[in-house]
Write a protein that binds this ligand. Structure first.
Ligand SMILES: *[C@@H]1O[C@H](CO)[C@@H](O)[C@H](O)[C@H]1NC(C)=O
Length: 402
């Protein structure tokens, strides 16, 4: 009995110490600032930055934020074991009609200055309206940024209805419902591209091909294209600054480059690839993470190359295969490397919402709609004295600007 009591005492002491340490970390971080916690999302758990409370040091930012309770739905992920046989049999079916187009997206429509300098293309799913809304109103806003003309599209497929067992009529009903909603959204924002394939994880490669074909047909004179996930935050100013010295007529693909990645042969993995589907021991270099940027020249060449490469169920790797066909090496970049940035685990909240930390990055990923809003609000504010010291940059000695 005594022993048990003592054990309990020890546990209580540990708890108390833990709590004190937590409090200490908080008080160190920001003095007068309120703290808030954004609900961690149910999305891709593997690379989400912080599943905990977060501190952020901008009192005014919290005041009139739109309310985003809860989180947006996770991207479509496979439910059962992947049917490679079926995938291989259907592989030749790789052209699907465009159900909602934005044919005028790159035609200037009233905006002087001709084709866009930067086209932002964001992969999204129909149900993820909140993230699209956050992107529209924050980093993905159209118009002039530092003098450059920025345009935006979202890339969607048809949401899978009630599943393969659902009643035919029910599925048709669900599809009609989504189609009406997406049409309304397209009318309101003119940024929805919808293709007639099922919007599933393993169909992201189809999304890649169809987007590249669309952009080279409807946006042939664009200077640069950023393509990314809807859970990213892009510092468009930094991106444009980086692109300023680049020639859109030259080949360019910059991102978080992954080399010599080995195919995963573990059946239970989401990324499982049997040897019969890919026999080599390593994938070609590819840009992974949350997005990449390409030049107009590379866009056109990639669209042609990808049209000839056999479908492969992992879209990042598929793009790597297209690059290989072009004998093009993707260019790694320090500020893109932070795609997969993982905050120190002992105090994960210290970095996540520190705008000073993010001021120097190009892309951050694994964010909810609320995160995207907060990030935007915080980056709008003046740097403040807190930014005077430099962070231990995960990306090495690289610095944006002077
Ligand atoms: C991709 O979309 C097509 C057309 O909608 C569908 O038949 C197929 O099952 C989807 N493939 C995967 C792997 O989800």
């Amino acid at each position: 009995m005594r022993r048990r009591l003592r054990l309990r005492g020890d546990a209580a002491l540990t708890l108390l110490l833990g709590a004190t340490l937590g409090l200490l970390l908080y008080s160190q971080r920001d003095r007068a600032a309120p703290t808030t916690s954004a609900p961690p999302g149910p999305g891709k758990a593997t690379r989400r930055p912080t599943p905990g409370p977060r501190a952020f040091p901008a009192p005014e930012a919290a005041a009139d934020l739109p309310v985003y309770e809860g989180d947006t739905p996770p991207p479509p992920t496979p439910t059962g074991p992947f049917d490679f046989g079926r995938y291989l049999r259907a592989k030749d079916q790789r052209r699907f009609p465009l159900l909602i187009n934005q044919p005028l997206k790159c035609r200037g429509d009233g905006e002087p200055g001709g084709p866009p300098d930067l086209l932002i293309a964001v992969k999204s799913v129909a149900a993820d309206f909140e993230r699209r809304q956050a992107v529209r109103q924050t980093w993905g806003a159209e118009g002039r940024v530092q003098g450059a003309l920025v345009r935006r599209v979202f890339l969607l497929g048809v949401p899978r209805g009630a599943g393969p067992d659902g009643a035919e009529a029910e599925q048709a009903g669900a599809r009609a419902h989504w189609s009406a909603l997406l049409r309304a959204e397209s009318d309101a924002y003119a940024d929805v591209l919808l293709w007639a394939f099922d919007d599933t994880f393993f169909n992201l490669t189809l999304k890649e091909i169809h987007f590249l074909a669309w952009a080279s047909a409807f946006c042939p004179d664009v200077r640069f294209v950023f393509k990314g996930d809807s859970d990213v935050f892009v510092h468009v100013g930094n991106l444009l600054e980086f692109l300023a010295s680049r020639d859109p007529a030259q080949d360019l693909l910059v991102g978080d480059v992954i080399v010599q990645a080995r195919p995963i042969r573990v059946r239970a993995s989401k990324y499982y690839i049997p040897e019969a589907v890919y026999g080599l021991h390593a994938y070609p270099a590819y840009a992974g993470g949350g997005g990449f940027v390409i030049s107009g020249a590379t866009l056109r060449r990639l669209a042609d190359a990808c049209a000839q490469v056999e479908l492969f169920p992992i879209d990042d790797v598929f793009l790597g295969m297209c690059l290989q066909r072009l004998r093009l090496t993707p260019e790694p970049h320090p500020a893109f490397r932070t795609f997969g940035i993982s905050p120190p685990s002992a105090a994960p909240h210290l970095h996540t919402f520190d705008p000073c930390f993010y001021r120097e990055l190009v892309v951050v990923h694994g964010l909810s709609a609320a995160d995207i809003w907060l990030m935007w609000r915080l980056l709008q504010g003046p740097p403040g004295p807190a930014c005077a010291h430099s962070w231990p940059a995960a990306a090495g000695p690289f610095q944006w600007g002077p």
